[in-house]
Each structure stands twice: as C-alpha cells, then as structure tokens.
Design a protein around this ligand. Structure first.
Ligand code: PLP
Length: 394
C-alpha cells in the first residue's frame, strides 16, 4: 500500500502523529533480529530487557518522574482505566469520583460503566466547563467529598487544546487525602511536565500522540500510591502489568520521549507560531467564524474553529479534495448528528458546533502548508454556505 504521505497536508496530530524517523531506526532491530523474550535467562533475551530499562529512563526523564514509577501499557485508554479502577479497588468504601464533562471517551465512558465493571454503585460528579472550556475552581473544591476515591481530570483537552490547572487541582485533592489522576495523552511532549514537584498520583500517556507508534502507552504511578493491577498475569513491569512487553514500541516510545525533551521549547514555539498564523488568518478571512476554547490557556499546536451555518463533515470532505487532513467536532458518522460533547458542554451554539474543525499541527508542518490551507479554506466555506438553508436565512 502506498499512502503517499508526502502529498497530504496533515493537520490532525491530536488524532495520531507521524512516527519520527529516529524512532523507526531505534525500533527496527527489535522488529527483526533482536526478537528474544526480555524475560528469558539467556543473553539473547536478557539483553532485550536492558533496552526496556533504558526506555523507562527516557520516559521518566521527560515526565520528571522516577524510573520505577513508569509502567508500560498498550495505550492511553488502558492507562486511564488502570488508574481509575485501581483507586476504586484500593478504597472500596469510597464510591465517589470527580471528573469533567469534557474528558476523552477513555475516561468518560469508563465512568459511565463503573457500576457494571466494579459491581458497586458509584456517584460521579462531572464538572461543568465555562464557555471558553476552562474550569471553575470553586465548583471543583465544592465537589471534593469525604467519600471521593479519585479525581480524574485531563491535562489538556483533545478537541480544543484547553489546558486545565492540574497542578493546583492535584494539590487540593492531596490535602483531602484523595488520589489524583490526569489523562495527559495530549499534553506530554507539548508542554513541560515535572511530576517530581507535583501531587499527581497517576498520569496516562500514549505513544502515538508524540511521534511513537500506536499500541504503546504509559501509566506513571507515584511512589507510595496504592496500586492494584488491571492486567494481572506474568511478573512483567514488576507484577504491575502482565503481558509480554511490546519491546519495539517501548523502545520507540523511549526514543520519542528523548526527542520531545530535547526539542520541546524550540519546536513548540515554532509550531505555535504556525498555529497562531493559521488561526488568525482563518478568523480574519472567513466571516462568522469563531474560536472554540481559551485564547491562551491552550496547547501550542491546537486550534478549534467554528464556521457557522455549515456542516463540519461537509467541510472535511471538501478539504480532503486538497489532501488536507483535520477533524470535525460533529459526529454524523455515529448517526446521531450530535455535535461533540466537549462543544456542547461549552455551550457553543448549535449552528457553530456543527461547523467546527480542529486543526492540530506538529513539528512536521511547514509555513507553506499553512499558506495553502489559508488559501483553500475561505472558498470552501463560501461554496458550502451557498448551499446552506441556514446561511441563506441569515
Ligand atoms: N485521552 C485523550 C485525551 C486522547 O486524546 C486519546 C486519544 O485520542 C486517548 C485518551 C486514548 O489514547 P489511545 O488511543 O492510546 O487509547
């Protein structure tokens, strides 16, 4: 299959990212010759175990964590489930969870299914967000109760890029003896993180969002935090996650974390400049367009823009004709025609929520690509509006 990756303008990096060439190089020996099982006694396998140790160190360094706090998993979703279910099992008498209305389905749907999964009745407080996607800290404080087992709040939102003050929220939870989990799948590699200085008990990340392969993730568990494994099995990961290690992907994730740490400041400020130029250009050139999400408390790579009175999926199809890849906040594919739960929670008007497009950039985007998108988007929206009964009624 030839995907012709060089022909696409890929601005959907919150969905997944290109694997860095250095990461592919680091992985290659473990997809070919070095196939030994890391748990084996002989050198052929044992030496493979050493590269997992190295990768653990690379991940820990990026997070400001201790090596022993890093547990490799299969993805962000597994990490999220492990953290929340672990806390509920560690404190079976506590049946309350605090989360937000804008979490990724990995946390949102887990919380909706907790009673079935644990066999206990739970109370879930889902914090409302403001119109710019930020949280009201007074409401958060009110939500923390004596029977709260865990708070699970994402570090940065995947649709809008809005960053939550998890450092402060974790400290407030800690004061009350409540465990704190953050889904940092979108934040890792894009903003500095130093877990050593924070009261965060659990942090989830996913390889494929930071130029490592799909199918590998991490749950970082603070030393001393009670932990109950999700996948009981072999002795791998010190008995905290059974299953033969995905060696090549773990090595790739370690390399990706090393690269992200080395280049974070410089690369992210370049990405932010491109993102800002794209956002400002779109808002200036397309009438009735608006930004969804806080202007500054946001990831450097993400912009979510609504083009009123047009359908997001129709916009994406037209963008596809020019090989421009992005995402829409409306989900007609599910058959519901409902806009995303994130935009609904923010109170984005119906006519705008339906026409929302998320552009998420990476270090591999260029200024020329931003120019191209800025040239193509205004005529696409104008053309679609000609067909929109809502626009005609305006
Ligand atoms: N959490 C957030 C915020 C995400 O954006 C994603 C993926 O889009 C996930 C969790 C799930 O990660 P994974 O695909 O590795 O399961």
């Amino acid at each position: 299959m030839n995907c012709e990756a060089d022909k696409v303008i890929y601005m959907d990096n919150n969905a997944t990212t290109r694997i860095a060439p250095e990461v592919v190089d680091a992985m290659m020996p473990f997809l070919t010759d070095c196939y030994g099982n890391p748990s084996s006694m002989y050198n052929f396998g044992g030496q493979v175990g050493k590269v997992i140790t190295k990768a653990r160190g690379q991940v820990a360094k990026l997070l400001g964590a201790e090596d022993s706090e890093v547990i490799f998993t299969s993805c962000g979703t597994e990490s999220d489930s492990t953290a929340i279910l672990s806390a509920l099992q560690a404190f079976p008498e506590k049946r309350h969870i605090v989360t937000t209305r804008v979490e990724h389905p990995a946390v949102k749907n887990l919380c909706e299914n907790l009673d079935r999964l644990t066999g206990h009745k739970h109370r879930v407080t889902r914090l409302q967000v403001e119109s710019d996607g930020t949280l009201d800290m007074a409401r958060y404080e009110e939500a923390l109760a004596d029977d709260t087992a865990i708070v699970s709040v994402m570090w940065a939102n995947n649709e809008t890029g809005v960053i939550f003050p998890v450092e402060k929220m974790a400290a407030m939870a800690k004061e009350r003896g409540i465990l704190f989990h953050t889904d940092a799948v979108q934040a890792v590699g894009k903003i500095p993180i130093n877990l050593g200085e924070l009261d965060i008990d659990f942090l989830s990340l996913s390889g494929h969002k930071l130029h490592a392969p799909k199918g590998v993730g991490v749950l970082c568990v603070k030393r001393g935090t009670p932990f109950v494994p999700f996948l009981a099995g072999g002795h791998q990961e010190e008995g905290r996650r059974g299953g033969t290690e995905n060696v090549a992907s773990i090595v790739g994730l370690g390399k990706a974390c090393e690269l992200a740490g080395e280049k974070m400041e410089e690369e992210n400020s370049r990405v932010k400049k491109m993102r800002d130029r794209l956002e400002e250009g779109l808002l200036a050139s397309v009438p009735k367009s608006m930004l969804n999400g806080h202007k500054t408390d946001r990831l450097p790579n993400t912009t979510n823009v609504s083009f009123e009175f047009v359908e997001g999926e129709a916009i994406l199809l037209h963008m596809n004709l020019y090989n421009i890849c992005a995402s829409s906040g409306s989900a007609c594919t599910s058959g519901s025609l409902e806009p995303s739960h994130v935009l609904r929670a923010m109170g984005v008007p119906f006519t705008a929520a339906h026409g929302s497009i998320r552009f998420s950039l990476s270090i591999y985007n260029t200024d020329a690509e931003v120019d191209f998108v800025l040239e193509k988007m205004p005529p696409i929206i104008a053309e679609l509006r000609k067909m929109s009964p809502f626009w005609k009624a305006e």
